[in-house]
Design a protein around this ligand. Sequence first.
Ligand code: ARG
Length: 643
Amino acid sequence: DQWVEELTSNIKKLGIPDLPNFPNCYPAFNPVDIYRAHLTEYLAPISGAEINVIYNAIQWTTTLDKGDLILPVPALRLKGKKPDETAKSIVEQFPESPLVKKPELDKTFVKFFFKPEPLAQLLVPFILKKGIEYGFNPLNGLRDVSDPSKGRKKMIVEFSSPNIAKPFHAGHLRSTIIGGFLAHLYTGAGWDVVTMNYLGDWGKQYGLLAVGFQNFGDEDALLQNPIGHLYDVYVKINAIQREEEYKVKRLREEAKELQAKNENVVEKEAQIQDILDNGIDEQARKYFKRMVDGDQEAVNTWKRFRNLSIDKYKQTYARLNIQFDDYSGESQVKEESMQDAAKTLADQKVSEESEGAVVVDLTKHSKKLGKALVKKKDGTSLYLTRDIGAITERDEKYHFDRMIYVVASQQDLHLAQLFKIVEMMGRKDLADRCQHINFGMVLGMSTRKGTARFLDDILRDVGEKMHDVMKTNQAKYEQVEDPGKTSDTLGISAVMVQDMTGKRINNYDFDMDRMCSFEGDTGPYLQYAHARLCSITRKADLDPAELTSANLGLLTEPHAIDLLRSLAQWPDVFQNTLKTLEPVTVLTYLFKMSHALSSSYDHLQVVGSEPELKKARFALYTCARQVLNNGMRLLGLTPVERY
Ligand code: ARG
């Protein structure tokens, strides 16, 4: 297409005859791949290695002092040659190149540094042209790269998955943030992504909720704030249930004492029986049974609670830029799919009866997996049983290539059991397409008004805090169009960035003061970096169309060059993120790039410079803004333009 033609002619001008062609080489999406291919061509005759091996051996670097690309010579797998000697001879023989400087030797490594001017000529127009797409590579998701008509691979990302009428706790918050990020990541990689919320909305506790509503429910309160009201109802009825439980225990002890004294226990027994027959727990069990049996009234009440909750969830998710394609849930799993699975498990002698219940003994495979209960004595299903039914239903409905479950590491065992059981059902093909993405805990998550219960409380609190912070700079504050909305966005960024700052598996402390600070690697800092670039754009007052004619040869200062080199890494960072599946991979890069950016401002002024220089620098900053913007959106942040 036209873009490839433009690119080819641009490369020709730099002295490279043609667009390279290797597997995994995407010159139209990643300018650094042009360098990789170029280096490969030069390295083949002097190293004696096979070209595909060379191409895949050339690596990007995490810090620019290691070069822009680096060749670990042992990766060339040359037999009978000492890597340090080969490295030395490569450095000595490497010919003069239009794109890279003379390589540097570092033990068994060869470091390559890009020549600044060609880099600017190649990269700046590339980023300006690609805009919001720079860094992403939609070819990754093709079933067959050489034949796009075969379509894109399908990915299900199941995440968030809160439990109706229970608090949206820190685990759900993390799942929401990480899942949202993974959905953006795979969309950027060209996969066909389905976002799925698997609500915890089934089980005896929802019978309990309905009983609670009969006792304490209030229509108006329900419509006003469904999640909050249902939670209040749940707390009240739960307290009564526990009280009764405790009472039964006490009565039993008293009966025992009477018995020991050979006294009459009939009255105590009657009291116990009355609670067991008519108490809240039994009412809940009966109600849930009605739900399972499809009793219209019970089901309708249930549906109503569920729908009202979903409406409310949707509003909160919207604040986080998240939408779900599918609100599934435990209640949606068909009895039939669970029975089919149960039959397969029984037929294949995978499951066995144990004291009236059904279990799968997984210890044969691994002690850690233990014995998993798949059917209770009374015949009802469990959390695990519903997941078994759900996985097969999803396979039939979506024919997905892969599915990711974003769930806290507390459920490592649960998901390991699920995947193993699916495999033992004879569906290894299905289990192999699924992956558990886990994460650690958030410690001490509380709001200013007490311990947090709902996501909305947390977001409101952090937003208010950011609003206070914004007000400390009155002059700037007055220029912000909608301070309430902006502080909300900043607060959300603060929470999200803190969450993504470490590896997923690490626990972290929820620290409101730290996350809201502009100093250090925080959400507000990233937003500040973005807003500052936007402010440069406003002040420069240049027509973006003019940028294409900028004389990029003027970008000669070390700060300009380092910034360019950093911007060139973004597509590789994206590719690497597809391997790590860690938001921190993106975040670390964005902070590094922002640091390069903020140290450059004093050296590379735009306003007040000569017109040509002004234009060139403005082009550079426009590219930086684009990369920062693309990276932030990948993480699920909403970049602000001013605050
Ligand atoms: N609702 C569950 C919880 O809050 C999480 C669901 C995870 N997904 C799953 N397929 N089991 O603990």
